[in-house]
Design a protein around this ligand. Structure first.
Ligand code: TLP
Length: 347
């Protein structure tokens, strides 16, 4: 039971800290992190830097701040950021990217939230007084608005290589990078081996209440630390949060359960005749097309205790996570099968 719902499939952000996690938070060793003196924050930053094969890390309050601090650190006013039009940093972070950094966003298209190396090469204009300064490429893995698609190295590597050949830096929004690594059966470090910076979220499928970590070179993280302070993200005895983050990291080993449950949900919905977007490598999300208004279906399901999210007028997103068990999937499928009739008539 999550909050007021029997099953909450709106997002993997809804998980609540376990009793053990709350105990770890209460017992965390802390210091003032703005002085760099919080041992638990330092341990979390080092742990993630090592897991992702980078030199240093920075603990920030949210995935949005991780992306924004990364963009600020890589760019200057008048620079150009190349980003897929369905990326979180563009689609769901308001005007923040342009607002803080003063960089111009150039939106690209491509399958499952990733543009091709060729599309990038075509978009980057030669140095000229008429053009912005091409500086940064942003990639998201897994890709949220593409139904949680995990992007394999044979798709991502050529884009990073092309970016570097053009003299651009690359940031990976890896809010759910551990889901991608699990689904692709590959190490997370391998997935981002050539990226210049990576952000990961502790408060999604991993189950921490708060927090993201940005990793990159020591020089990059030193710069990012300043921008985090400017944005108000310099927290003090943040070890209480980092302790939850360290514990949450252990949950990366159970993400396969979420993926299996999402698979069962998908198959059940397909059997009922729903149309779904199925990524080549799916993870913990299911995206279906509804015959009539998605909002109406969400409202009807909520009345039955099943919370769903929308991703468009006729698109519903369901996300599995730590707080959804097999019985939760049964309950969701049962609800859908009863609402199927309602939904068909409503359309
Ligand atoms: N995604 C949320 C919503 O904002 C849509 C969700 O429910 O999926 N990068 C990616 C890929 C994300 O999916 C999210 C959150 C973020 C960054 C931002 O993280 P927070 O919410 O911690 O700022």
């Amino acid at each position: 039971m999550t909050g007021q719902y029997a099953v909450d499939l709106r997002s993997d952000t809804v998980t609540r800290p376990s009793a053990a996690m709350r105990r770890a938070m209460a017992e965390a060793e802390v210091g003032d992190d703005v002085y760099g003196e919080d041992p638990t924050v330092n341990r979390l930053e080092q742990t993630l830097a090592e897991l992702l094969g980078k030199a240093a890390g920075l603990f920030v309050p949210s995935g949005t701040m991780a992306n924004q601090v990364a963009i600020l650190s890589h760019t200057e006013r008048g620079d150009e950021l190349f980003i897929h039009r369905d990326s979180h940093a563009y689609y769901y972070e308001g005007a923040a990217a342009t607002l803080w950094s003063g960089a111009m966003l150039t939106l690209l298209d491509g399958d499952e939230g990733l543009f091709s190396a060729e599309a990038l090469q075509n978009a980057v204009r030669p140095p000229n007084i008429h053009h912005p300064h091409p500086r940064l490429v942003a990639i998201e893995n897994t890709h949220n608005r593409s139904g949680g698609a995990a992007l394999p190295p044979n798709r991502v590597d050529p884009v990073i290589e092309a970016a570097h050949e053009l003299g651009l830096q690359v940031h990976v929004d890896g809010a759910r990078l551990f889901n991608a690594a699990q689904a692709l059966n590959i190490s997370p470090a391998r997935l981002v081996q050539d990226a210049d910076s990576v952000s990961i979220c502790l408060s999604k499928g991993l189950g921490a209440p708060v927090g993201s970590v940005l990793v990159g070179s020591s020089e990059f993280i030193t710069k990012a630390r300043t921008y985090r302070k400017w944005l108000g993200g310099g927290m003090r005895q943040a070890g209480v949060l980092a302790a939850a983050g360290l514990m949450a990291l252990e949950n990366r080993h159970r993400l396969a359960d979420d993926h299996a449950r999402a698979g069962r949900l998908l198959n059940g919905l397909l059997d009922m005749g729903y149309d779904a977007w199925v990524p080549e490598v799916p993870t913990n999300m299911v995206m279906i097309e509804t015959p009539s208004s998605a909002d109406e279906l969400v409202e009807a399901a909520a009345k039955e205790g099943v919370a769903l999210g929308t991703m468009g007028l006729r698109r519903i997103r369901l996300v599995t996570h730590l707080d959804v068990d097999d019985a939760g999937i049964d309950k969701a499928l049962d609800t859908f099968s009863r609402l199927r009739t309602f939904n068909r008539h409503a359309g």
